[in-house]
Design a protein around this ligand. Sequence first.
Ligand code: FAD
Ligand code: FES
Length: 361
Amino acid sequence: MEQKSKTMNNKSFPLKVIDVKHETKDAVSISFDLPYELYETFDYKAGQHLTLIFNINDKEVRRSYSLCSSPVLEENIRIGVKRVKNGLVSNYINDKIKIGDTIEIMPPEGRFYADSKKEFYKTYYLFSAGSGITPIFSIAKTVLNTEERSFVYLFFGNRDQESIIFKKELDELKEQFPERFILVHTLSKPKTSWFSKNEFEFRKGRVDEESVNWFINEYPPYAQNTEYYICGPGKMIEDTEEALHKIDVPQNRIFKEYFGSGKEKKGIESVDNAVLIATLNGDTVETTIPKGKTILRTLIDFGENPPYSCEGGVCSTCACKLVKGKVAMKKNLGLSDEDVEKGYILSCQSLPLTDEVEVEY
Ligand SMILES: Cc1cc2nc3c(=O)[nH]c(=O)nc-3n(C[C@H](O)[C@H](O)[C@H](O)COP(=O)(O)OP(=O)(O)OC[C@H]3O[C@@H](n4cnc5c(N)ncnc54)[C@H](O)[C@@H]3O)c2cc1C
Ligand code: FES
Protein backbone atom coordinates (compact mmCIF):
# COMPACT_ATOMS: atom_id res chain seq x y z
CA MET A 1 0.00 0.00 0.00
CA GLU A 2 2.36 2.74 -1.13
CA GLN A 3 1.19 6.07 -2.52
CA LYS A 4 -1.07 6.57 0.50
CA SER A 5 0.83 9.34 2.18
CA LYS A 6 -0.28 12.18 -0.07
CA THR A 7 -3.97 11.74 0.73
CA MET A 8 -3.59 10.72 4.35
CA ASN A 9 -5.02 14.08 5.34
CA ASN A 10 -7.65 13.95 2.61
CA LYS A 11 -6.62 17.40 1.44
CA SER A 12 -7.88 18.92 -1.78
CA PHE A 13 -6.76 21.97 -3.74
CA PRO A 14 -8.74 24.37 -5.98
CA LEU A 15 -7.37 24.04 -9.51
CA LYS A 16 -8.35 26.27 -12.40
CA VAL A 17 -9.63 24.81 -15.66
CA ILE A 18 -7.51 26.16 -18.52
CA ASP A 19 -8.83 24.07 -21.38
CA VAL A 20 -11.89 22.00 -22.25
CA LYS A 21 -11.65 19.91 -25.39
CA HIS A 22 -14.54 17.92 -26.82
CA GLU A 23 -12.73 14.74 -27.80
CA THR A 24 -15.80 12.86 -29.07
CA LYS A 25 -19.51 13.59 -28.83
CA ASP A 26 -19.61 12.05 -25.37
CA ALA A 27 -16.14 12.68 -23.95
CA VAL A 28 -14.16 15.75 -22.96
CA SER A 29 -10.64 16.33 -21.77
CA ILE A 30 -10.09 18.99 -19.14
CA SER A 31 -6.72 20.62 -18.46
CA PHE A 32 -5.90 22.28 -15.17
CA ASP A 33 -3.38 24.95 -14.38
CA LEU A 34 -0.87 23.60 -11.90
CA PRO A 35 0.75 26.44 -9.93
CA TYR A 36 4.44 26.06 -9.26
CA GLU A 37 3.92 25.62 -5.50
CA LEU A 38 1.79 22.50 -6.15
CA TYR A 39 4.23 20.75 -8.50
CA GLU A 40 5.50 18.45 -5.79
CA THR A 41 2.10 17.71 -4.28
CA PHE A 42 0.68 16.85 -7.71
CA ASP A 43 3.71 14.92 -8.88
CA TYR A 44 2.43 11.68 -10.45
CA LYS A 45 3.30 8.55 -12.32
CA ALA A 46 1.76 7.73 -15.70
CA GLY A 47 -1.44 5.79 -15.02
CA GLN A 48 -2.45 7.40 -11.72
CA HIS A 49 -5.73 9.21 -11.09
CA LEU A 50 -7.09 12.34 -9.37
CA THR A 51 -10.11 12.67 -7.13
CA LEU A 52 -12.43 15.53 -8.12
CA ILE A 53 -14.83 16.91 -5.53
CA PHE A 54 -18.07 18.63 -6.53
CA ASN A 55 -21.08 19.99 -4.78
CA ILE A 56 -24.04 18.97 -6.90
CA ASN A 57 -27.62 19.49 -5.68
CA ASP A 58 -26.22 20.49 -2.27
CA LYS A 59 -24.40 17.22 -1.84
CA GLU A 60 -20.69 16.57 -1.90
CA VAL A 61 -19.75 14.03 -4.55
CA ARG A 62 -16.34 12.66 -5.40
CA ARG A 63 -15.17 10.77 -8.45
CA SER A 64 -11.82 9.46 -9.65
CA TYR A 65 -10.47 10.43 -13.07
CA SER A 66 -7.21 9.15 -14.51
CA LEU A 67 -4.63 11.54 -15.82
CA CYS A 68 -4.21 11.38 -19.58
CA SER A 69 -1.32 13.85 -19.52
CA SER A 70 2.25 12.64 -19.21
CA PRO A 71 4.39 13.63 -16.22
CA VAL A 72 7.45 13.88 -18.46
CA LEU A 73 5.91 15.92 -21.26
CA GLU A 74 3.26 18.27 -19.91
CA GLU A 75 3.50 20.93 -17.22
CA ASN A 76 -0.22 21.09 -16.58
CA ILE A 77 -2.42 18.14 -15.76
CA ARG A 78 -5.27 16.80 -17.86
CA ILE A 79 -8.05 14.27 -17.45
CA GLY A 80 -10.45 12.60 -19.90
CA VAL A 81 -14.09 12.08 -18.93
CA LYS A 82 -16.62 10.01 -20.84
CA ARG A 83 -20.35 10.28 -20.22
CA VAL A 84 -21.91 7.34 -18.38
CA LYS A 85 -25.63 6.86 -19.07
CA ASN A 86 -27.55 8.70 -16.30
CA GLY A 87 -24.25 9.33 -14.54
CA LEU A 88 -24.29 12.34 -12.23
CA VAL A 89 -20.72 13.62 -12.41
CA SER A 90 -19.59 12.49 -15.87
CA ASN A 91 -22.52 14.34 -17.47
CA TYR A 92 -22.05 17.35 -15.22
CA ILE A 93 -18.42 17.60 -16.34
CA ASN A 94 -19.29 17.13 -20.02
CA ASP A 95 -22.14 19.67 -19.94
CA LYS A 96 -21.12 22.30 -17.42
CA ILE A 97 -17.38 22.63 -16.93
CA LYS A 98 -15.80 25.55 -18.77
CA ILE A 99 -12.51 27.41 -18.95
CA GLY A 100 -12.00 29.55 -15.84
CA ASP A 101 -13.95 27.23 -13.49
CA THR A 102 -12.23 26.05 -10.34
CA ILE A 103 -12.53 22.45 -9.13
CA GLU A 104 -11.45 20.97 -5.79
CA ILE A 105 -8.99 18.19 -6.55
CA MET A 106 -7.12 15.72 -4.37
CA PRO A 107 -3.52 14.89 -5.37
CA PRO A 108 -2.76 11.99 -7.72
CA GLU A 109 -2.67 8.47 -6.41
CA GLY A 110 -3.31 4.90 -7.38
CA ARG A 111 -1.28 1.79 -7.93
CA PHE A 112 -1.97 1.40 -11.63
CA TYR A 113 1.10 3.01 -13.15
CA ALA A 114 4.24 2.43 -15.14
CA ASP A 115 7.30 3.64 -13.29
CA SER A 116 9.18 4.45 -16.45
CA LYS A 117 13.01 4.61 -16.38
CA LYS A 118 15.36 5.65 -19.16
CA GLU A 119 17.41 2.46 -18.98
CA PHE A 120 14.45 0.05 -19.25
CA TYR A 121 14.23 -2.25 -22.24
CA LYS A 122 10.74 -3.70 -22.22
CA THR A 123 7.69 -4.51 -24.28
CA TYR A 124 4.54 -2.92 -22.90
CA TYR A 125 1.28 -4.48 -24.02
CA LEU A 126 -1.52 -2.00 -23.39
CA PHE A 127 -5.15 -3.10 -23.65
CA SER A 128 -7.90 -0.55 -23.36
CA ALA A 129 -11.50 0.10 -24.30
CA GLY A 130 -13.55 3.30 -24.28
CA SER A 131 -12.58 5.74 -21.52
CA GLY A 132 -10.02 3.16 -20.34
CA ILE A 133 -7.65 4.90 -22.75
CA THR A 134 -7.00 7.78 -20.31
CA PRO A 135 -4.34 6.16 -18.08
CA ILE A 136 -3.15 3.98 -20.97
CA PHE A 137 -2.49 7.03 -23.16
CA SER A 138 -0.43 8.58 -20.38
CA ILE A 139 1.57 5.36 -20.00
CA ALA A 140 2.15 5.06 -23.78
CA LYS A 141 3.40 8.66 -24.16
CA THR A 142 5.54 8.47 -21.05
CA VAL A 143 7.22 5.16 -21.89
CA LEU A 144 7.91 6.08 -25.52
CA ASN A 145 9.43 9.40 -24.53
CA THR A 146 11.42 8.09 -21.57
CA GLU A 147 12.61 4.60 -22.49
CA GLU A 148 14.51 4.86 -25.74
CA ARG A 149 14.66 1.12 -26.32
CA SER A 150 11.21 0.01 -25.13
CA PHE A 151 8.26 -0.98 -27.32
CA VAL A 152 4.61 -0.13 -26.80
CA TYR A 153 1.87 -2.28 -28.35
CA LEU A 154 -1.59 -0.79 -27.88
CA PHE A 155 -4.80 -2.69 -28.63
CA PHE A 156 -7.71 -0.26 -28.34
CA GLY A 157 -11.40 -1.16 -28.49
CA ASN A 158 -14.27 1.18 -29.27
CA ARG A 159 -17.76 1.11 -30.70
CA ASP A 160 -17.02 2.95 -33.95
CA GLN A 161 -14.57 5.35 -35.58
CA GLU A 162 -16.17 8.42 -34.04
CA SER A 163 -16.05 7.20 -30.46
CA ILE A 164 -12.26 6.90 -30.29
CA ILE A 165 -10.96 9.28 -27.63
CA PHE A 166 -7.53 10.86 -28.38
CA LYS A 167 -7.58 9.44 -31.93
CA LYS A 168 -5.60 12.33 -33.43
CA GLU A 169 -3.02 12.39 -30.65
CA LEU A 170 -2.57 8.63 -30.89
CA ASP A 171 -1.98 8.94 -34.64
CA GLU A 172 0.60 11.62 -33.96
CA LEU A 173 2.33 9.37 -31.46
CA LYS A 174 2.43 6.65 -34.11
CA GLU A 175 4.02 9.05 -36.56
CA GLN A 176 6.56 10.09 -33.95
CA PHE A 177 7.53 6.54 -32.99
CA PRO A 178 6.82 4.39 -36.07
CA GLU A 179 9.26 1.68 -35.04
CA ARG A 180 8.45 1.36 -31.37
CA PHE A 181 4.70 2.00 -31.20
CA ILE A 182 2.10 -0.36 -32.59
CA LEU A 183 -1.51 0.79 -32.45
CA VAL A 184 -4.36 -1.50 -33.45
CA HIS A 185 -7.98 -0.37 -33.22
CA THR A 186 -10.80 -2.84 -32.85
CA LEU A 187 -14.35 -1.61 -33.42
CA SER A 188 -17.47 -3.46 -32.37
CA LYS A 189 -19.86 -1.52 -34.63
CA PRO A 190 -17.76 0.24 -37.27
CA LYS A 191 -19.45 2.73 -39.56
CA THR A 192 -18.90 1.60 -43.11
CA SER A 193 -19.68 4.99 -44.65
CA TRP A 194 -17.04 6.61 -42.43
CA PHE A 195 -14.54 3.95 -43.46
CA SER A 196 -14.99 4.58 -47.16
CA LYS A 197 -14.34 8.29 -46.72
CA ASN A 198 -11.30 7.98 -44.50
CA GLU A 199 -8.26 5.80 -44.61
CA PHE A 200 -8.51 4.01 -41.35
CA GLU A 201 -7.40 0.51 -40.52
CA PHE A 202 -9.13 -1.42 -37.83
CA ARG A 203 -10.09 -4.91 -36.77
CA LYS A 204 -13.74 -5.73 -36.26
CA GLY A 205 -14.86 -6.90 -32.83
CA ARG A 206 -14.28 -6.26 -29.16
CA VAL A 207 -11.25 -6.60 -26.92
CA ASP A 208 -11.92 -10.16 -25.75
CA GLU A 209 -10.09 -13.44 -25.25
CA GLU A 210 -9.92 -14.25 -28.93
CA SER A 211 -8.81 -10.83 -30.12
CA VAL A 212 -6.20 -10.49 -27.36
CA ASN A 213 -4.73 -13.82 -28.46
CA TRP A 214 -4.74 -12.68 -32.04
CA PHE A 215 -3.01 -9.41 -31.12
CA ILE A 216 -0.21 -11.08 -29.16
CA ASN A 217 0.37 -13.67 -31.90
CA GLU A 218 0.38 -11.00 -34.57
CA TYR A 219 2.72 -8.76 -32.57
CA PRO A 220 5.01 -10.93 -30.45
CA PRO A 221 7.13 -9.09 -27.87
CA TYR A 222 10.31 -7.51 -29.19
CA ALA A 223 11.97 -7.08 -25.82
CA GLN A 224 11.40 -10.19 -23.72
CA ASN A 225 10.88 -8.23 -20.51
CA THR A 226 7.17 -7.77 -20.94
CA GLU A 227 4.43 -6.06 -18.94
CA TYR A 228 0.69 -5.99 -19.56
CA TYR A 229 -1.59 -3.06 -18.63
CA ILE A 230 -5.37 -3.34 -18.92
CA CYS A 231 -8.05 -0.67 -18.45
CA GLY A 232 -11.66 -0.70 -19.58
CA PRO A 233 -15.04 -2.14 -18.61
CA GLY A 234 -15.04 -5.04 -16.13
CA LYS A 235 -15.80 -7.74 -18.69
CA MET A 236 -13.05 -6.54 -21.01
CA ILE A 237 -10.53 -6.62 -18.14
CA GLU A 238 -11.59 -10.13 -17.12
CA ASP A 239 -11.48 -11.48 -20.69
CA THR A 240 -8.07 -9.96 -21.34
CA GLU A 241 -6.66 -11.30 -18.09
CA GLU A 242 -8.06 -14.73 -18.85
CA ALA A 243 -6.39 -14.72 -22.28
CA LEU A 244 -3.08 -13.74 -20.66
CA HIS A 245 -3.39 -16.49 -18.03
CA LYS A 246 -3.98 -19.04 -20.78
CA ILE A 247 -0.64 -18.18 -22.34
CA ASP A 248 1.04 -18.39 -18.91
CA VAL A 249 1.69 -14.70 -18.33
CA PRO A 250 2.65 -14.46 -14.64
CA GLN A 251 0.21 -12.46 -12.50
CA ASN A 252 2.94 -10.07 -11.35
CA ARG A 253 3.30 -8.87 -14.96
CA ILE A 254 -0.38 -7.95 -15.26
CA PHE A 255 -1.62 -4.55 -14.09
CA LYS A 256 -5.28 -3.61 -14.31
CA GLU A 257 -7.51 -0.66 -13.45
CA TYR A 258 -11.26 -0.93 -13.00
CA PHE A 259 -13.34 2.23 -13.40
CA GLY A 260 -16.39 0.76 -11.70
CA SER A 261 -18.72 -2.24 -11.79
CA GLY A 262 -18.08 -5.59 -10.12
CA LYS A 263 -20.58 -7.66 -8.21
CA GLU A 264 -21.38 -7.02 -4.54
CA LYS A 265 -21.24 -9.84 -2.03
CA LYS A 266 -24.81 -10.42 -0.87
CA GLY A 267 -26.07 -11.68 2.47
CA ILE A 268 -23.28 -10.39 4.73
CA GLU A 269 -24.42 -10.95 8.34
CA SER A 270 -22.96 -7.81 9.87
CA VAL A 271 -23.10 -7.00 13.58
CA ASP A 272 -25.58 -4.34 14.72
CA ASN A 273 -24.07 -1.31 16.49
CA ALA A 274 -20.54 -2.67 16.62
CA VAL A 275 -18.03 -0.38 18.35
CA LEU A 276 -15.68 1.35 15.95
CA ILE A 277 -12.33 2.72 17.08
CA ALA A 278 -10.56 4.59 14.31
CA THR A 279 -7.23 6.39 14.17
CA LEU A 280 -7.08 9.15 11.56
CA ASN A 281 -4.00 11.33 11.23
CA GLY A 282 -2.91 10.31 14.72
CA ASP A 283 -6.24 11.11 16.44
CA THR A 284 -8.38 8.28 17.77
CA VAL A 285 -12.18 8.42 17.76
CA GLU A 286 -14.80 5.98 19.01
CA THR A 287 -18.36 5.49 17.79
CA THR A 288 -20.79 2.72 16.82
CA ILE A 289 -21.58 1.40 13.35
CA PRO A 290 -25.32 1.42 12.59
CA LYS A 291 -26.62 -1.72 10.86
CA GLY A 292 -25.73 -1.86 7.17
CA LYS A 293 -23.46 1.20 7.30
CA THR A 294 -19.87 0.94 6.15
CA ILE A 295 -16.93 2.02 8.27
CA LEU A 296 -16.29 4.94 5.91
CA ARG A 297 -19.88 6.27 6.00
CA THR A 298 -20.00 5.85 9.78
CA LEU A 299 -16.90 8.02 10.14
CA ILE A 300 -18.16 10.67 7.70
CA ASP A 301 -21.53 10.85 9.48
CA PHE A 302 -19.66 11.12 12.78
CA GLY A 303 -18.01 14.30 11.44
CA GLU A 304 -14.64 12.83 10.55
CA ASN A 305 -12.82 13.38 7.29
CA PRO A 306 -11.45 10.01 6.17
CA PRO A 307 -9.90 9.75 2.69
CA TYR A 308 -12.15 8.37 -0.06
CA SER A 309 -13.00 8.81 -3.67
CA CYS A 310 -15.06 6.30 -5.69
CA GLU A 311 -16.93 4.74 -2.77
CA GLY A 312 -17.31 1.75 -5.05
CA GLY A 313 -14.53 -0.57 -3.90
CA VAL A 314 -12.30 0.30 -6.85
CA CYS A 315 -9.84 3.13 -6.26
CA SER A 316 -8.54 2.04 -2.80
CA THR A 317 -8.26 5.67 -1.60
CA CYS A 318 -10.26 4.65 1.48
CA ALA A 319 -7.95 1.77 2.45
CA CYS A 320 -7.00 1.45 6.10
CA LYS A 321 -5.53 -1.23 8.32
CA LEU A 322 -7.73 -3.47 10.40
CA VAL A 323 -6.04 -3.67 13.79
CA LYS A 324 -8.72 -5.52 15.73
CA GLY A 325 -11.89 -7.48 14.91
CA LYS A 326 -13.24 -8.77 11.63
CA VAL A 327 -15.01 -7.16 8.69
CA ALA A 328 -16.50 -8.30 5.39
CA MET A 329 -16.05 -6.26 2.24
CA LYS A 330 -19.09 -6.01 -0.03
CA LYS A 331 -16.78 -5.59 -3.01
CA ASN A 332 -13.04 -5.43 -3.52
CA LEU A 333 -11.54 -4.45 -6.84
CA GLY A 334 -8.89 -2.27 -5.28
CA LEU A 335 -6.77 -4.43 -2.98
CA SER A 336 -4.60 -7.38 -3.92
CA ASP A 337 -4.72 -10.67 -1.99
CA GLU A 338 -1.37 -9.66 -0.52
CA ASP A 339 -2.81 -6.36 0.78
CA VAL A 340 -5.73 -8.20 2.36
CA GLU A 341 -3.37 -10.71 3.97
CA LYS A 342 -1.44 -7.77 5.44
CA GLY A 343 -4.68 -6.56 7.06
CA TYR A 344 -5.73 -3.77 4.69
CA ILE A 345 -9.42 -3.22 4.08
CA LEU A 346 -11.49 -0.87 1.93
CA SER A 347 -13.39 1.12 4.50
CA CYS A 348 -16.04 2.15 1.92
CA GLN A 349 -16.98 -1.51 1.55
CA SER A 350 -16.43 -2.86 5.07
CA LEU A 351 -19.18 -4.03 7.39
CA PRO A 352 -18.34 -5.28 10.92
CA LEU A 353 -18.49 -8.98 11.70
CA THR A 354 -17.41 -8.61 15.34
CA ASP A 355 -18.70 -6.49 18.26
CA GLU A 356 -15.61 -4.30 18.12
CA VAL A 357 -13.57 -3.18 15.15
CA GLU A 358 -10.42 -1.09 15.26
CA VAL A 359 -8.89 0.54 12.20
CA GLU A 360 -5.96 2.81 11.41
CA TYR A 361 -5.79 5.15 8.42
C1 FAD B 1 -9.44 4.70 -10.34
C2 FAD B 1 -10.52 5.20 -11.25
C3 FAD B 1 -10.17 5.94 -12.37
C4 FAD B 1 -11.17 6.40 -13.24
N1 FAD B 1 -10.79 7.10 -14.35
C5 FAD B 1 -11.74 7.52 -15.23
C6 FAD B 1 -11.37 8.24 -16.41
O1 FAD B 1 -10.20 8.50 -16.66
N2 FAD B 1 -12.35 8.64 -17.25
C7 FAD B 1 -13.69 8.37 -17.02
O2 FAD B 1 -14.53 8.77 -17.83
N3 FAD B 1 -14.05 7.69 -15.90
C8 FAD B 1 -13.14 7.27 -15.00
N4 FAD B 1 -13.51 6.61 -13.87
C9 FAD B 1 -14.95 6.44 -13.59
C10 FAD B 1 -15.47 7.67 -12.85
O3 FAD B 1 -14.85 7.80 -11.59
C11 FAD B 1 -16.99 7.60 -12.58
O4 FAD B 1 -17.29 6.38 -11.98
C12 FAD B 1 -17.79 7.75 -13.86
O5 FAD B 1 -17.52 9.00 -14.47
C13 FAD B 1 -19.31 7.65 -13.54
O6 FAD B 1 -19.63 8.62 -12.61
P1 FAD B 1 -21.06 9.31 -12.66
O7 FAD B 1 -21.20 10.17 -11.48
O8 FAD B 1 -21.28 9.92 -13.99
O9 FAD B 1 -22.04 8.04 -12.58
P2 FAD B 1 -22.90 7.63 -11.29
O10 FAD B 1 -23.97 8.64 -11.10
O11 FAD B 1 -21.97 7.35 -10.18
O12 FAD B 1 -23.49 6.25 -11.80
C14 FAD B 1 -24.61 6.17 -12.69
C15 FAD B 1 -24.79 4.73 -13.16
O13 FAD B 1 -23.68 4.31 -13.98
C16 FAD B 1 -23.00 3.17 -13.44
N5 FAD B 1 -21.56 3.43 -13.61
C17 FAD B 1 -20.76 4.14 -12.78
N6 FAD B 1 -19.51 4.20 -13.27
C18 FAD B 1 -19.52 3.53 -14.43
C19 FAD B 1 -18.52 3.26 -15.41
N7 FAD B 1 -17.26 3.71 -15.28
N8 FAD B 1 -18.90 2.55 -16.48
C20 FAD B 1 -20.18 2.10 -16.64
N9 FAD B 1 -21.15 2.33 -15.73
C21 FAD B 1 -20.83 3.02 -14.65
C22 FAD B 1 -23.42 3.12 -12.01
O14 FAD B 1 -23.43 1.78 -11.52
C23 FAD B 1 -24.82 3.72 -12.04
O15 FAD B 1 -25.77 2.75 -12.40
C24 FAD B 1 -12.53 6.12 -12.98
C25 FAD B 1 -12.87 5.40 -11.85
C26 FAD B 1 -11.89 4.94 -10.99
C27 FAD B 1 -12.29 4.17 -9.77
S1 FES C 1 -13.30 5.00 -1.91
FE1 FES C 1 -12.65 3.95 -3.68
S2 FES C 1 -12.34 1.93 -2.94
FE2 FES C 1 -13.21 2.95 -1.27
